[in-house]
Design a protein around this ligand. Structure first.
Ligand code: CA
Ligand code: ZN
Length: 291
């Protein structure tokens, strides 16, 4: 097994030196740090001690042989192993509720097996997911904290074990990297952190030719999602909806009206996150309607 570890990037960029070159079809394991670069180790620690230059490390990047601009990188998330402790923070001024409190707080959460102990009475069944996963953009570097068409900090709760992510490739080799795993996160990520945790993520990568994507798509056992990010939530909603509509029109040879009405009848517009520099949403269609 190929182990990707000990090399981190803080922005997705075509300038990043690849950690390794792998063939299309290869399986590899990414060893990721939590989004605070594992800097928080106790609840007594002050949020002010965090060095923000080391936020959202993504492990990699990996150069996938044969990937060219215009291709799709298919990333199947096969397995996720979590560390033993997760971290959460409440930071005054940050997130949906940030203006409603002044005192910062750090919370350490024990994770054993697939349960996170929020406190003595609340045990959370873990649904591990990857917050940051993406490829290098064609133009200027994009900080790992930001989501976009290249992927990045999408904080999409559906990017977990068993899911397959399709990313538009913009540079030779794609330059795949990932980090910011959550033992669990609620849709929206309203306080700007999920249960942040180091992890080992096993994925297989494959280069797909002959079809272009404008935004990431995600496939789970029973659903297909378009994913879109924008500074403006309304615009993110429009992009995700329109990309899914175009997909249905093509796949089923439907008019925009027929595809749109099908989406309006059985599709779900869902929030990924509303706290990163851009907002991210996804549009869900059950696969049974796309056959
Ligand atoms: Ca994140
Ligand atoms: Zn995170």
């Amino acid at each position: 097994m190929l182990e990707v570890k000990d090399k981190y990037i803080y922005s997705f960029s075509q300038e990043n030196e690849p950690v390794m070159h792998v063939a299309s079809g290869e399986t590899l394991r990414f060893h990721t740090k939590d989004c605070f670069c594992n800097q928080i180790t106790s609840e007594e620690q002050k949020v002010e001690t965090i060095d923000w230059d080391f936020i959202n490390p993504a492990t990699g990047p990996v150069f996938v042989e044969g990937a060219k601009p215009g291709d799709i990188l298919k990333v199947k998330i096969e397995k996720m192993e979590l560390g033993e402790y997760g971290v959460m923070v409440a930071i005054s001024g940050d997130g949906v509720l940030g203006n409603d409190f002044t005192e910062n707080k750090v919370k350490i959460i024990k994770v054993s097996g697939d349960v996170a102990e929020y406190n003595e009475e609340i045990q959370i069944p873990c649904t591990p997911m990857i917050g940051v996963i993406g490829v290098a953009p064609a133009g200027a570097a994009i900080p790992c904290g930001e989501p976009g068409n290249h992927g990045g900090n999408m904080d999409n709760t559906k990017i977990g074990e068993g899911a397959t992510l399709y990313l538009p490739v913009s540079v030779e080799g794609a330059l795949l990297a990932m980090g910011d795993v959550h033992a669990n996160m609620g849709d929206g990520e309203i306080m700007v952190s999920g249960i942040e945790i180091p992890a080992v993520v096993q994925v297989s990568v494959e280069v797909l030719k002959g079809k272009e994507l404008r935004t990431p798509f995600l496939e789970t056992q029973d659903a297909l999602y378009s994913i879109a990010s924008d500074k403006d939530l309304e615009q993110a909603i429009y992009i995700a909806t329109s990309e899914m509509c175009k997909h249905i029109q093509e796949k089923k040879s439907y008019s925009i009206q027929d595809a749109g009405m099908l989406m309006s009848a059985v599709g779900n517009l869902e929030i990924c996150q509303v706290v990163d520099p851009k907002r991210t949403v996804r549009f869900k269609m059950e696969k049974k309607y796309l056959k």
